[in-house]
Design a protein around this ligand. Structure first.
Ligand SMILES: [Zn+2]
Ligand SMILES: [Zn+2]
Length: 327
């Protein structure tokens, strides 16, 4: 196998050849056909998350085919197309796992963070956390659904069912969730970096009712706002944009500090909540919804060896939609 490996925080990924890994009991080996690049990969590369197991292979939006089965695997077959998400495994016994909140597990494993991910030709996955993907849809188009879509979906459900929804940061997750929300009959107000015409154009082409810069006031009071950009100052901005009783959902795993703000913009029973990880139930529900809603992802495909270029373009906002690597 080969992979793009992160040896230390802040280092460029380097091409490495290794012997093909052998799946242990309950695991499968997957031959990767596409792996999306997520903002969380940048947080891993920058060492902004704790306890990274260097050297690590990033990537947690993996589409591929099962090419070896470990002992005791049921439900997956050789050649089956599967998706491997951020949630790599959970302990099954902590209070959260026992309470159907495995996204909050005390002892989880995460793909491309605490175990090797999909910036590679092959990876090993816990079979119980792989999603069968069926045969409809291109591998590269499916990849962004595995995190941008999935965590986006969880953040949309946390936003409640209000009609007027703000989306701050219109990248991979924003452009997927806008399509689902439109299909649900909601109105989308898309906020981007000032002057990001490409992202605003994409938002309008996907049916956004209004687009503007993050610091702009939307034309109506929002029922809820979801923040996909890892930018703390957006929290008070979004609070100012939501109505009384409205909710601001912070969807990222990492965010710069939230500046202090006057209590008056929180008052009126406004809420700020965060979204952490995903459950397998989220995955099953979202993949079905995405197919019913006819979600179409906009991707820029790079060969695996250009992973550093893809990360740089994501960092600088020089991407429309989602970046996807192909080994
Ligand atoms: Zn647990
Ligand atoms: Zn992600």
């Amino acid at each position: 196998m080969h992979a793009m490996v992160l040896a230390a925080p802040g280092a460029p990924l380097t091409w490495v050849e290794r012997p093909d890994p052998v799946p242990a009991a309950g695991e499968v080996r997957v031959k990767v056909s596409a792996c999306g690049v997520c903002r969380t990969d940048l947080h891993v590369v920058d060492g902004e998350l704790p306890d990274i197991a260097y050297p690590i292979i990033p990537g947690h939006e993996v589409v591929g085919r099962v090419d070896a089965l470990g002992p005791g695997v049921s439900g997956l077959k050789l050649g089956m197309r599967v998706g491997i998400p951020w949630l790599g495994s959970t302990c099954g016994v902590c209070r959260y796992c026992r309470n159907d909140e495995e996204n909050l597990c005390d002892h989880p494993q995460f793909t491309g963070y605490t175990r090797d991910g999909g910036f590679a030709s092959h990876l090993i996955a816990d079979a119980r956390y792989c999603f069968p993907l069926g045969e409809t849809g291109e591998d590269t188009a499916m990849a962004p659904l595995l995190c941008a879509g999935l965590i986006g979906w969880r953040s949309l459900t946390k936003a409640g069912d209000g009609k007027d929804l703000g989306i701050y940061g219109f990248g991979a997750a924003g452009h997927i969730i806008a399509q689902v929300a439109r299909w649900q009959g909601r109105n989308i107000y898309a906020f981007t970096r000032k002057g990001d015409e490409d992202a605003q154009l994409l938002a309008r082409s996907l049916g956004a009712r209004w687009t503007g810069a993050s610091e702009d006031a939307p034309p109506v009071e929002l029922d809820a706002a979801i923040i996909y950009a890892p930018v703390g100052p957006l929290v008070p901005q979004a609070l100012r944009a939501v109505r009384k009783g409205g909710r601001v959902v912070c969807a990222g795993i990492h965010m710069s500090d939230v500046p202090s703000f006057p209590y008056s913009i929180l008052w009126g029973e406004r809420q700020i909540v965060s979204v952490a990880n995903l459950t397998r139930h989220d995955g099953t529900e979202f993949l079905k919804t995405a197919s019913e809603a006819g979600v179409h992802t906009h991707t820029t495909v790079f060969p695996l060896e250009q992973a550093n270029e893809a990360l740089a373009r994501l960092r600088e906002g020089r991407l429309v939609g989602a970046a996807v690597l192909q080994p």
